[in-house]
Design a protein around this ligand. Structure first.
Ligand code: HEC
Ligand code: HEC
Length: 453
């Protein structure tokens, strides 16, 4: 027999939990009320010493790098192969990237990840440490630029096919289905088993708060074999972290392939800008790229980006303020729809950590199978072709103002929040169908809520 007091205790616990939800701890200096295009660039209050380091990090993040050797050694070492010459170029105002560039080419903030889908060598050291097998001629990413005599690797033509559909109330909608064509390849053709996976630059919001979540609070949502039978599993990505030489829980990037902000900073420096660093050593050249291997090195340190500077950039990014929620007239109603539809099963509303108190990223930071039409053919550690990390949704309503364009989902194909929801499939098929079946009024309140979080 159940003890009589149990239900009331459960109620007390429940109400304690729900009063946490949606309320942000605004007492500390973690939030900004700014709604301008600079909203993602404000730094929290730090100690004098930390502030100096964060500002140094900001300068390395923002200023353009030059090729080696240069008169000023602090910022040389770009390339020889690279995609952009500053972090800021792909993360404008710390916001999300842009999909379509000039003349029908993919924008450089839409990175093309290269891999081999053949699983033949699955146990080798490279796969364990890298998460996938890079394409042999070009490496793990198609570089759109080269320094000096080093030829860039190639470019990509991007076009969209319009796909129309209807909500249950007959209102029409249009989706944009992307088509990529790799062209101008400078180092021969791609391997016959090569896969090209477009990933757009992520907005740099709340990275410190995400870091502060206890891994157990994320793992508590894992349900790999869908034991509760709701069609949603949720799987952690376990990834190799070169800093600790250990396998750790992945929290960052579209496939949750980076364990820490620092790891991603170092990875971006190496792959996106060609900056060698203690975590990703050497230049970003393959053995078939002789000009790249022979190119002049920076004169300063052994590394283009020594550890102190990697740390400074990571501290800067982890210290950025989170935008405060903007509660408009139908915000509360929209939030109810978000719960009713079950979006919260993946877009988990709140976490609590010692440093940040309660905060609302709207993500479980786990991988979900999103169906065939979103598959990018790319595996990264545990993440399979159609599996992606639930992206946090905070600040999403400000993306357009910050970057100048709205390009949602891993390849930026969705030009509106509604389009992003309509592409959901796989584990989120039921939630998408429920969204299609909503009356117009409720669809609008849901979007209004999402624009305010
Ligand atoms: C060529 C474009 C490009 C450049 C340059 C670039 N990034 Fe990125 N960044 C991306 C893309 C694309 C992703 C998503 C990667 C993925 O999921 O595969 C990303 C993701 C990130 C993330 C993870 C964010 C999250 O929420 O998970 C961080 C942190 C980051 N970048 C920092 C940096 C830093 C620091 C630099 C400069 C050293 C930099 N980036 C330079 C394109 C770029
Ligand atoms: C099964 C887990 C799951 C459910 C349920 C789910 N989502 Fe998602 N959501 C994801 C994943 C994973 C992505 C990233 C997919 C991609 O990039 O291809 C995503 C992406 C998004 C995006 C785009 C975010 C960005 O930064 O690009 C929005 C908006 C969104 N979801 C809203 C919703 C809403 C609203 C609901 C409920 C109707 C919902 N989601 C239900 C997992 C889920």
């Amino acid at each position: 027999m159940k003890p009589l007091f149990f239900p009331s205790l459960a109620l007390v616990l429940l109400s304690a939990c729900s009063s946490q939800k949606g309320t942000q701890n605004t007492t500390r200096d973690f939030y900004t009320k700014d709604v301008s295009k600079n909203v993602f660039t404000h730094i929290q209050k730090l100690s004098r010493e930390e502030e100096d380091i964060a500002l140094l990090g900001k300068s390395f993040f923002s200023k353009p790098w030059v090729e080696a050797p240069a008169a000023t050694t602090a910022r040389d070492g770009l390339g020889p192969l690279f995609s952009a010459n500053s972090c800021k170029h792909c993360h404008p105002n710390n916001g999300a990237g842009i999909a379509l560039g000039e003349k029908g080419d993919a924008h450089r903030s839409l990175v093309m990840r290269l891999s081999l889908f053949s699983k033949k060598n699955i146990n080798n050291d490279l796969v364990l440490k890298n998460g996938f097998i890079p394409e042999p001629n070009y490496g793990s990413q198609l570089s759109f630029n080269g320094t000096g005599d080093v030829k860039y690797e190639g470019s990509v033509a991007l076009s969209y096919m319009k796909v129309s559909g209807k909500f249950a109330d007959e209102e029409p909608y249009v989706l944009h289905s992307p088509n990529y064509k790799v062209k101008n390849l400078q180092y021969g053709s791609l391997h016959e088993d090569a896969n090209v996976a477009p990933h757009i630059a992520l907005a740099l919001v709340g990275l410190g708060a995400i870091d502060s979540i206890d891994a157990r609070d994320i793992l508590a949502y894992e349900d790999v074999n869908d034991r509760d039978g709701d069609g949603i599993s949720g799987k952690a990505n376990w990834v190799y972290n070169p800093e600790t030489n250990k396998t750790e829980l992945g929290r960052y990037t579209w496939k949750a392939a980076a364990a820490t902000v620092k790891q991603q900073v170092a990875n971006a420096a190496h792959n996106d800008m060609g900056l060698s660093n203690p975590l990703y050593e050497g230049d970003n050249c393959t053995e078939f790229q002789s000009e790249c291997l022979k190119a002049p090195k920076s004169r300063g340190d052994v590394f283009d980006l020594p550890m102190k500077r990697v740390d400074a950039i990571a501290l800067y990014l982890k210290s950025l303020k989170i935008p405060l929620q903007r509660e408009s007239e139908n915000f509360a109603q929209g939030r109810e729809v978000f719960h009713e539809l079950g979006c919260v099963k993946c877009h988990v509303e709140s976490y609590k950590s010692e440093k940040y108190g309660v905060f609302n990223p709207y993500s479980d930071f786990l991988l979900h199978d999103m169906g065939e039409s979103l598959s990018d053919g790319h595996t990264m550690f545990q993440a399979q072709e159609s599996e992606f990390r639930t992206p946090p949704l905070w600040g999403m309503g400000l993306y357009k103002r910050v970057s100048g364009e709205l390009n949602l989902l891993h390849d930026g194909r969705a030009k509106s929040i509604s389009e992003a929801i309509l592409w959901h499939g796989g584990e989120a098929e039921a939630q998408k169908v429920a969204y299609i079946e909503l009356p117009k009024r409720k669809r609008e309140t849901l979007i209004e809520f999402l624009k305010g979080i």
